[in-house]
Ligand binder design. Structure first.
Ligand code: NCD
Length: 315
């Protein structure tokens, strides 16, 4: 489990996990483990690692946990952090993404954490400004920090990643979480099974280590981990989605369905949850659910990402 000291993410933007190696993922997970200890030890959380650094969170789409956890992560590491949301900034006056990014750059920031509804927005940002860009979700494309916190949570519970069977269930087609999970999980040697209504499954998913199922029960049979996805109602076109009752009955993760999985199955959900639709209350609050813990792990993983990219990970 030792990290290779030659690996470094210093100065690197984090747009997607396609180009991340297993060693780089390992570096993030090992750093996050140390960060989690700091969060949990109580008392003083403010480290000096990013003192003098400035980070802007630029969010064009709604977010509660991702934005707050990036903000706290930066603050726990001693950085100055400012959050801009689209509803309360000049974005509503029609300022373009390029101009907004250039304006933020001119203020002397070191990193921009951004969420945008357009696929490719974070990559575009890396081309027009110099600060490090961390993608906090671009349309249905990628959500790298979420996939890393999913891996971190799984490893904390299972003690390993390689060889585990994970089922990712729900609206795969519109899910940036599923896409980033697939890259990260297969790279770490996990066996990935995707399931959801036919209309919400990617048409061509030709990827080593990934099996696509139209039947949820097939995907979760014997699974060590189930990651339940939110139905992305805001990204749906008419006709892709059965009624909510029908969805809950055929695809929802409930107690009955859970019996098909491994006895010790771990339940994840990136949040926010449509309770009673993709997941039942009993499952959310059962002792195999790590949904609440994912939130804390999200802060630890985002601290790791900010520390590694802005500071090289040395304290
Ligand atoms: C996810 C997102 O925004 O992509 N949520 C999150 O970051 N916690 C998943 C979702 O919105 O369903």
């Amino acid at each position: 489990m030792e990290t290779n000291s030659a690996v470094s993410l210093l100065g690197r933007s984090i747009v997607a996990l396609e180009n991340f190696s297993a060693t780089e993922i390992r570096l993030v997970l090992n750093t996050a483990r140390k960060m989690k200890q700091i969060i949990r030890r109580g008392g003083e959380k403010k480290l000096p690692n990013l003192r003098g650094k400035a980070i802007v969170n630029l969010f064009y789409e709604p977010s509660t946990r991702t934005r707050t956890s990036f903000e706290l992560a930066g603050k726990y590491l001693g950085a100055d952090v400012v959050s801009i949301t689209s509803g309360t900034s000049s974005i509503v006056k029609g300022e373009s993404l390029r101009d907004t990014l250039r304006m933020i750059e001119a203020m002397g920031v070191d990193a921009i954490v951004m969420r945008h509804k357009a696929e490719g927005a974070a990559d575009f940002a890396t081309q027009v400004v110099k600060p490090i860009i961390i993608n906090a979700g671009d349309g249905a494309h990628a959500h790298p920090s979420q996939a890393l916190l999913d891996l971190f949570t799984i490893e904390q519970h299972k003690g390993r990643l390689a060889g585990l069977k994970v089922a990712i269930v729900g609206d795969i087609l519109h899910s940036r979480v599923a896409r980033s999970d697939v890259y990260a999980m297969t790279k770490m040697g996990m066996e990935v099974h995707l399931a959801g209504p036919k209309t919400l499954l990617p048409r061509f998913f030709d990827f080593d280590g990934v099996t696509v199922h139209e039947q949820v029960d097939e995907a979760i049979a014997g699974a060590n981990v189930i990651n339940v996805l939110r139905i992305q109602l805001e990204r749906q076109q008419a006709g892709l989605f059965p009624s909510t009752r029908e969805y809950a009955r055929v695809f929802g993760i409930n107690d009955d369905r859970l019996r098909l999985a491994d006895d010790d199955v771990l339940i994840l959900h990136p949040g926010p949850q449509n309770k009673g639709l993709e997941i039942s209350s009993e499952v959310t609050y059962c002792d195999r659910s790590a949904i609440q813990e994912q939130v804390q792990n999200g802060v630890a993983v985002r601290m790791a990402l900010l520390d590694l990219t802005l500071n090289g990970g040395g304290s």
